[in-house]
Design a protein around this ligand. Structure first.
Ligand SMILES: [Zn+2]
Length: 228
């Protein structure tokens, strides 16, 4: 990825990419990137609010960083059909149960990408704590990403749904707060009573397509170092 661009330009590019990939009209939310400053870390929160507009560019950056990291490690595996994405939970000890459930949900829902815990650094990390913004996925756009799980929000909302939702960003899905509870990426939109922690058929299909495309790019270029 070209690091010489400014953060704003990079964000705009990422937003445009998101728009391009967002085939269903329902997912094509207005891109807020142009109005935003460029913080060191970009975030995308679980619940919509005035101070936490959804940030599709941040989602995209996080996902791209994870995919790049995961694909690089598998350079020596020609003919791979499934990409393994590793994560570390050492900074989210209270949420190990929810994280494990989220992993089971995703691994039983999609076929082209698998989540796997590691005691090493991993492609991304889970962290826990208190943050007025609630839970979010965050990246610095340079290959470092983590999912933050907020204590209070995880008491208000179904914690497994929050965890699986944020993990959905790692796998490439954007927020869609206006969606129903049956959608995982509607996040906090349907309210605190929503306990569904499973992606719907469209979300599953979309994740499979995204990762199949990543694998295809890898094969076309013949070298993982070229994957952006
Ligand atoms: Zn979200």
């Amino acid at each position: 990825m070209n690091r010489s661009r400014t953060g704003v330009v990079a964000a705009l590019g990422a937003a445009a990419l998101v728009a391009t990939l967002s085939a269903p009209a329902a997912f094509a939310a207005p891109a807020p990137a142009a109005e935003q400053a460029a913080p060191a870390f970009r975030t995308s929160t679980y619940a919509p609010s005035a101070s936490s507009a959804e940030d599709q560019a941040a989602n995209r950056q996080f996902f791209e960083a994870v995919m790049k990291s995961a694909l690089k490690k598998q350079a020596a595996k020609p003919g791979i059909q499934v990409v393994t994405v590793t994560y570390n939970t050492s900074r989210a000890p209270s949420f190990r149960g929810q994280i494990s459930q989220s992993t089971q949900i995703w691994n039983s829902s999609v076929s082209n990408v698998k989540l796997q815990e590691t005691s090493a650094g991993g492609d991304f990390q889970y962290r826990e704590g208190n943050d007025s913004r609630g839970s979010y996925a965050s990246t610095d756009g340079r290959g470092h990403g983590y999912i933050f799980l907020d204590y209070r929000q995880n008491q208000q909302y179904n914690s497994t749904r929050v965890t699986a939702h944020e993990t959905g960003h790692v796998l490439g899905l954007p927020d869609h707060y206006s969606g129903p509870c049956s959608e995982l990426m509607s996040g906090g939109g349907p309210g605190t009573s929503c306990t569904n922690a499973y992606p719907n058929a469209q979300e599953r299909q979309r994740v499979n397509s995204i990762w199949a495309r990543g694998i295809a790019v890898l094969k076309d270029e013949g070298a993982l170092t070229k994957v952006r």
